[in-house]
Design a protein around this ligand. Sequence first.
Ligand SMILES: Cc1ncc(COP(=O)(O)O)c(C=O)c1O
Length: 431
Amino acid sequence: MIRINENYTKLKASYLFADIAKRVNAYVAAHPQLPIIRLGIGDVTEPLPPVCLAALHAATDEMAHRATFKGYGPEQGYAFLREAVAQHDFKAHGAPIEADEIFISDGSKCDVANIQEIFAADTRLAIPDPVYPVYVDTNVMAGRTGANQDGRYAGITYLESTAANGYVPAPPAVSPSNPPAVSPSNPPAVSPSNPPAVAAELIYLCFPNNPTGAVATRAQLAAWVAYAKQHHAVILFDAAYESYIRTPGIPRSIYEIEGARDVAIEFRSYSKLAGFTGLRCAYTVVPKSLKARDADGNEHAIHALWNRRHTTKFNGVSYPVQKAAAAVYTAEGQAQTRALTDFYLGNAKLIREAVQQLGMSCIGGDNAPYIWVNTGRDSWEFFDLLLHKAQVVCTPGAGFGRCGEGHVRISAFNSRENVTTALTRIAAALR
Ligand SMILES: Cc1ncc(COP(=O)(O)O)c(C=O)c1O
């Protein structure tokens, strides 16, 4: 009989949001009269900006006439969008990125999941904890880890984000005294208390962070770029929440750091910027100066590899959706997306203030749509308490990794009315 990819059996049995749904559904079935407010999953609630909607309609109408109909487009995306991205998202911020280094896609989830394919099977990984689970799970599927023990996979260097480091991990120390793993198929899990003997080669960073909402300063990102240069590593920089940055001086792109072009790939998405979670559009930046070696030591441009992968496995984002994304870069689009993200940040501010008034510490919410609450107790226990006493759904931090224990993530993606009602109920439940 045909055999399965057994790496899949190493994955944790259930998905965090499926566990949450099970508990919420059981509660709703038992208490149908009590309306639930969901501040858990990070999906947007507000409709598309009008300028995007108008562009979507106009482009759809073009598809109705032979003269303007579009079939397959360029796999990497239409020039009108790639050029707008390079100009507005990078050059305007002093980041030297060209249009042909942009790959338009149907979502950052697929891109951050697929990128690992172009690196060697024994690539050494550094992944944050807590984390957006896709980074870990896709490497497990690809066979880059050992088994899961106590919530951690052997072979991953975990970048611990805790209150002690302000939830922004520094590059890990490399300990020459820590002997290399005896068995490559079952290497030890490494953490700051058990530093790796050799440096990480593929480093996942996400700022503003999901789930913590933390942002990295220029100096913190510069330290990562320096580490990657020193160790010939590649940084995968997930900037899906870039449009929520408000604090002046916080870099919006890793390419604002000098030298990052030679060591980093960046991911951006229209999902949280312009409400495209259902429409689907994102992009990945692969600078042409980014290189990696083959087993014989010959250098290869990562751009060429990703271009090969993208054109082989992807046929492009639909024309109307790319037109809707390009509308973000018009003056109206800039104003409307700013208003949209300001609205969610207004919710986030209310959540932050309410949490602090209840005597709990938290981070996030000022440059991100997530508030990471240090609850001081078991995260599932706190989740149950909010569900049962306030009928509010949050996300238990333990679901994002070991360092998430003791925390919950509260999302600002909801209507103002739902957020204020939820906060009133939470205050009553905790007093
Ligand atoms: C950190 C992070 N990266 C990527 C994504 C995926 O975005 P997209 O909707 O573009 O697939 C999300 C979505 O929640 C996210 O939180």
